[in-house]
Ligand binder design. Structure first.
Ligand SMILES: Nc1ncnc2c1ncn2[C@@H]1O[C@H](COP(=O)(O)OP(=O)(O)OP(=O)(O)O)[C@@H](O)[C@H]1O
Length: 536
């Protein structure tokens, strides 16, 4: 096992693990009583790359009865494994024909984003104060009315801390033990005129630091500020992110037309590098989750795919590899339209200056990286294919629980890679062995080792991966997923069928095992799934 592979360990295995996402989907198609009889389980997934996070998510769902007997043994840290299955015969109202974002999710996001929505509304009468208002919003006035000596001074309020852990430990007490700057609401980042940012809220925390919503005190512009950890390795890698974003923003995409994050400014605050970004909205993983993991319509998937390909063309032209493309790193610009941006260039590199071999988040890790081959911008196309399938299906296409499990899922769907990939790949002989069989395809002389053989050789127990779908065949998976919708006309059914056939062909092109023949973003952009031409 790769020494950096944290995939088989519980989440605390990653020294920098910071993000733990908890997901609670339920399926509308289940009877209400089944939805209530929740059976909560967890699986460790969302692995991170070199020294990066493992997230862990819980899925609360009741499995369709037909599949309950297909469960395989659970690993100790997978005791609450999800048992979500897609029943081919199950009809769901998922495939909306338009490209609007799912309505339920928007409502959900607004609630989260607009804190005011949760504050009780004031009475329309200027004089009337309800008891609830008197004891909440107007508590200070109420105390003053009771005791004229009472004097409320907001300056004495305790500062609301946004960083976890919040105990000062390093950098003269400014940082916690994880080298993160301890952030408080309303504190100011930066000191120079025009570069002072008031902290409003936390947007996310990752391997490299924390991202906070801020307001520029001079221009009043709202921005996202990444406050990088105060550690040389993170600083060095983040300076690379700055270089790449500056190049992309100024040279490759000066007019901001290609769905790449904008970097506005950089400065240092108390020895922390701060990156000022345009403020974006929720990520595509959140969108799938808010849609109860049901998957998005083919039309909406197409809209996202087109924008991603546009961005990937620019990256390829500039020989830049993102190295960590996944739904969490694709953000909606706002909640009103499906416009997206790619973020997190913290793992990105120039194709000719590769530093790491252990890259990409496991679910989206390409065959060449898994096998330990030289890699190119084609690894982002593999991640792209996995993301597109996930947007449609609502669940990851290859949710590998370990590196072996990741490889075996890919082999189950697409077969064994060509001889040359296995012969040249530094890690390949861990997973594959030569077959004695000289009949059949001469380009395929290897077979995947059995789980038992792999476990014995690696001196660890390799557990069977969980099946989230009823089939490993891509065509069946796409064609049988929640179709047909109730009330669909024959014409609509035919259009949906065409869309799906085009999607299958598209995915087969961008998910080619061999990076040399895998489609480039430009090739993929000309496919009928994207152009809308009829697919036969
Ligand atoms: N410009 C932005 N606008 C809104 N939210 C953002 C923005 N940039 C980042 N975020 C939020 O902050 C999170 C962390 O950001 P980012 O992925 O850049 O950090 P990281 O430390 O590199 O994380 P990772 O561990 O995934 O590499 C994102 O998942 C996202 O939710």
């Amino acid at each position: 096992m790769d020494s950096m592979d944290t995939s088989t360990q519980p989440i605390e295995a990653s020294p920098t693990a910071t993000n733990v996402a908890t997901f609670t989907p339920h399926r509308h198609s289940l009877p209400a009583n089944q939805n209530m009889a929740v059976n909560s389980q967890t699986f460790s997934g969302r692995p991170r790359t070199h020294n990066r996070r493992i997230s862990d998510y819980s899925i609360h769902t009741q499995p369709p009865a037909a599949f309950t007997n297909q469960r395989s043994a659970l690993s100790p840290h997978q005791i609450r494994q999800p048992r979500l299955r897609i029943l081919p015969t199950q009809f769901e109202d998922t495939a909306s024909q338009d490209t609007a974002l799912p309505k339920t999710s928007l409502a959900g996001f607004r609630k989260i984003e607009d804190g005011a929505a949760q504050i009780p509304k004031r009475s329309t009468s200027p004089h009337h104060v309800t008891p609830l208002q008197a004891l909440t919003l107007r508590i200070s006035e109420t105390f003053s009315a009771i005791n004229p000596a009472y004097n409320y001074n907001p300056g004495k309020n305790p500062r609301r801390v946004l960083t976890k852990p919040s105990k000062p430990a390093k950098n003269e007490g400014f940082d916690n033990e994880e080298h993160d700057y301890i952030l408080y609401v309303n504190d100011i980042l930066g000191a120079e005129e025009g570069q002072r940012y008031q902290i409003l809220d936390i947007l996310g925390a990752g391997t490299f630091g924390q991202v906070v919503k801020c307001q520029n005190l001079m221009t009043k512009q709202l921005v996202g500020v990444k406050v990088v950890k105060n550690k040389p390795a993170y600083l060095k890698q983040s300076l690379m992110e700055v270089d790449i974003l500056k190049h992309l923003n100024t040279k490759s995409d000066p007019d901001d037309q290609h769905h790449l994050l904008r970097l506005y400014d950089t400065f240092f605050h108390k020895q922390h590098l701060c990156l000022v970004f345009e403020l974006l909205s929720v990520n595509l993983y959140e969108l799938i989750k808010q849609n109860q993991f049901k998957g998005l319509s083919t039309n909406l998937v197409k809209v996202f795919a087109t924008q991603l390909l546009d961005a990937l063309i620019i990256l390829k032209e500039n020989h830049i590899i993102h190295c960590d493309l996944k739904p969490e790193n694709i953000l909606l610009k706002n909640l009103e339209s499906p416009a997206i941006k790619i973020i997190d260039f913290g793992s990105a590199c120039h194709q000719s200056k590769q530093i790491y071999t252990y890259i990409q988040s496991r679910f989206y890790r390409s065959p060449e990286v898994l096998l330990g081959l030289q890699y190119t911008t084609a690894i982002d196309m593999w991640s792209f294919g996995c993301i597109i399938a996930e947007l449609f299906l609502g669940l990851p296409l290859f949710p590998g629980s370990t590196e072996y499990n990741q490889v075996s899922r890919i082999v189950d769907t697409f077969g064994v890679p060509s001889n040359y990939m296995i012969e040249k790949g530094e890690n390949a002989r861990r997973f594959f062995e030569r077959t004695g069989d000289t009949t059949g395809d001469p380009k395929k002389r290897f077979a995947l080792k059995s789980r038992e053989t792999y476990g014995r050789e690696q001196k660890k127990t390799e557990l069977a991966g969980k099946m989230y779908f009823h089939t490993t065949k891509l065509k069946d998976l796409i064609m049988e997923y929640a179709l047909p919708r109730k009330g669909m006309s024959d014409q609509e059914k035919d259009r949906e069928k065409q869309n799906r056939l085009a999607l299958i062909d598209f995915l087969q092109g961008v998910l080619k095992l061999d990076p040399i023949v895998r489609w480039s973003p430009q090739q993929a952009k000309n496919h009928p799934f994207i152009t809308g031409e009829r697919y036969y």
